[in-house]
Design a binder for this molecule. Structure first.
Ligand code: 6PG
Length: 234
């Protein structure tokens, strides 16, 4: 069993960073990811990163495609995926592969897609097994939905920490069937960065900063979270 470093009832620590242009936020995220990788590799010999889905991180992944890194030491995971065929353009794993992963020398067995094509129950079980042998993540990237969701943890849905990866049945953002890594497992990370861009996220950001409990506030790594913002007022 994994040791969970998250303190369930501890308040989330958040640090907010605002950027003036899309390029600035992309560059800041790129630099932070590469620095975290370098540090993890020099201290522990490998780097584990959990990728965010959705559209926001795509331009950062495009920069990573051309970055100089010790790819042989990178281990890739996903925070959620949609239960669709492997080659469906809505799959988070496909977006990450076509934008970045297919173009760099990360060994295939170190890229751990969520097998969401198996359906949410079977796929979640399989991914929970994958995660069972994985230590504290070095870096978790997350997005924020307009309703405050993150990964596939949606408002008003039961908080399920029974396994590291869990099925989602009624996601309000299509498709309804998804698989998400649990908030407890996502919190078991040395570093967590949220990428939040666009005015559509303003209400969720206001709620978050005003102490309203939205799913993003459930991510509580002991070192706190960094929220990178562009196009929202903080
Ligand atoms: C997904 C996501 C989800 C996403 C947010 C933000 O698969 O839909 O992982 O949590 O990060 O909905 O999505 P955008 O970046 O597209 O706004």
């Amino acid at each position: 069993m994994m040791q969970n470093t998250n303190q369930e009832n501890t308040k989330q620590i958040s640090r907010w960073h605002t950027f003036q242009t899309q390029d600035e936020i992309n560059q800041a995220a790129l630099n932070r990811i590469l620095a975290a990788a370098q540090q993890a590799i020099s201290e522990r010999g490998s780097f584990s990163i959990v990728l965010a889905g959705g559209s926001t991180p795509k331009s950062v992944y495009a920069l990573l495609k051309d970055a100089d890194a010790d790819w042989s030491k990178w281990h890739i995971f996903h925070n959620d995926d949609r239960c669709l065929p492997v080659n469906d353009v809505e799959r988070n794993s496909l977006m990450a592969r076509t934008t970045w992963l297919d173009h760099v020398a990360i060994p295939a067995h170190q890229i751990h897609d969520i097998p969401a094509e198996l359906g949410n129950v079977e796929g979640a079980k399989a991914y929970a097994n994958t995660l069972a042998g994985v230590a504290t993540f070095d870096l978790v990237l997350l997005g924020l939905g307009e309703d405050g969701h993150t990964a596939s943890l949606f408002p008003g849905q039961a908080v399920d920490n029974s396994a590291d990866a869990v099925p989602v049945f009624n996601a309000p953002k299509p498709p309804a069937n998804r698989i998400t890594v649990s908030q407890q497992r996502l919190s078991n990370a040395r570093e967590v960065i949220f990428l939040v861009t666009g005015a559509g996220k303003q209400d969720a950001v206001n709620d978050w900063r005003n102490g309203v409990s939205i799913p993003a506030t459930l991510i509580r790594p002991k070192n706190g979270v960094d929220v990178y913002c562009y196009g929202v007022k903080i």
